[in-house]
Design a binder for this molecule. Structure first.
Ligand code: ADP
Length: 205
């Protein structure tokens, strides 16, 4: 099969600059598969997984426009292992299907980046030819998120729920330091780009 199965993981805590790095990698020619975007897209109105969720959990999970009310679904699904598994039995195959569709659409031999905010926290078992971790001091992350309209309290709460820099470092092949200017970040990405391309070639089957 001509599918490029090699894939590079990209992760970082909220506000670290992960999306910024994804955009730079895209500009260098990488295909970026956005895990969060896929997870959201499979439960959009009209998608079969959303219809299955309604069948299972009832119409109260939908708002007046037919869009999923995530907190409501969470309330109904995270009550027991059994109900959680029902939820995952619907969403996981839909996510896997869309993920594979995007992977197969990527050009053969090209760099594919899997952008996963919770790469360390989740246990989905994707395998990577290398993992890029983006780091920045928490104070700076809070500042940048605030400028983007996220309150400090909300951002701090989310940071506390995520893995630590140390946990992410443990899985890192490359660590990008985003404590400086955007240009400095780009320079670091360009510096590791050849190694990313090589890791892709090494792991392409
Ligand atoms: P993440 O995807 O990790 O949550 P983003 O890439 O969205 O983080 O970055 C968070 C915010 O900080 C964005 O508004 C982004 O434009 C800004 N940002 C990222 N890196 C830098 C930088 N080096 N200098 C200034 N602002 C930055």
């Amino acid at each position: 099969m001509s599918t490029p199965m090699a894939m590079i993981g990209l992760t970082g805590g909220i506000g670290s600059g992960k999306s910024t790095v994804a955009a730079v990698l895209r500009s260098l020619g990488a295909v970026v598969i956005d895990a969060d975007l896929i997870a959201r897209s499979v439960v959009e109105p009209g998608m079969p997984a959303l219809a299955s969720l309604v069948e299972e959990f009832g119409p109260s999970i939908l708002d007046a426009d037919g869009a999923l009310i995530r907190p409501r679904l969470a309330e109904l699904a995270f009550v027991s292992d059994e109900r959680r598994k029902v939820l995952e039995g619907i969403t996981h195959p839909a996510i896997a299907h869309e993920f594979l569709r995007q992977l197969e659409a990527a050009p053969e031999g090209g760099v594919v980046i899997h952008d996963v905010p919770l790469l360390v926290e989740s246990t989905r078992g994707y395998s990577y030819g290398g993992v890029i971790v983006v780091e920045a001091p928490v104070s700076l992350r809070l500042e940048r998120l605030e400028a983007r309209g996220v309150s400090r309290e909300d951002a701090q709460r989310r940071i506390d729920l995520q893995a630590s820099d140390e946990d992410r470092r443990a899985v890192a092949t490359w660590v990008l330091d985003n404590a400086g200017e955007m240009a400095a970040l780009r320079t670091q990405i360009e510096a590791i780009w050849p190694a990313i391309q090589q890791a892709t070639l090494d792991t392409t089957t």
